[in-house]
Design a protein around this ligand. Structure first.
Ligand code: CTP
Ligand code: MG
Length: 185
């Protein structure tokens, strides 16, 4: 892999795609447009506050996970035709851990928000932009460490940390415009 800024950025986007797909598809499928909404925490509370809140649903989480895994599977299939370079294959553990970790990171943030007494939908600077990156990396580091260390070079990590908040702002504004999200963050 060469170190040009373009190829590093291409690697960063390629590697993060299954994680990037998970949360927006959870938002798309999790809402009321597809019928009854079942919150993941089943309405349970800790010290009078919801564990996760109504913003984390069974259908949204399952859909986000399925779409993220599907993305990684298709990417891996596509590497046969795209050759080497930025387009690396995902081992099965990474296919699951990147999207699952992204969703878990987002959930951990909701858990924290509820403990702090924030309403559903309240903004939490930086955590909103990088929660899912931290989750995806943590889970993948645990279950696919060899692959993680081989593909997430230092320059790739830096580009992910810079590009993700920008992409996040863009997609959330879009999600807000098409009414998938209630707030533009
Ligand atoms: N969503 C879901 N399941 C998830 C994540 C998101 O169903 N695991 C859906 C919910 O309908 C949620 C919407 O996507 O309302 C937007 O997600 P997000 O902004 O993460 O949730 P918030 O509603 O803002 O709630 P919170 O304050 O807990 O982040
Ligand atoms: Mg939100």
């Amino acid at each position: 892999m060469d170190d040009g800024i373009l190829s590093v950025t291409a690697s960063a986007l390629w590697l993060m795609l299954p994680a990037y797909i998970a949360n927006p598809t959870a938002a798309f499928f999790g809402g009321e447009r597809f019928g009854k909404v079942v919150p993941l925490d089943m309405g349970k509370t800790i010290h009078g506050k919801r564990i996760l809140g109504d913003g984390k649903t069974v259908r949204g989480t399952a859909s986000g996970l399925a779409c993220g895994i599907l993305t990684a599977v298709l990417q891996t299939e596509a590497t046969r035709y795209l050759g080497t370079g930025a387009f690396v294959a995902f081992p099965p553990a990474a296919m699951i851990c990147m999207p699952a970790g992204a969703l878990l990171g987002d959930m951990a943030k909701s858990f924290l928000k509820r403990r702090l007494g924030y309403e559903r939908g309240a903004a939490l600077l930086l955590a909103d932009q990088l929660d899912f990156v931290a989750g995806a990396w943590a889970l993948t580091y645990i279950f696919a460490r060899g692959w993680f260390e081989a593909v997430f070079s230092f320059p790739v990590v830096i580009v992910v940390l810079i590009v993700t908040p920008l992409l996040h702002r863009l997609t959330n504004k879009l999600g807000y415009m098409i009414k998938v999200k209630k707030e533009p963050w």
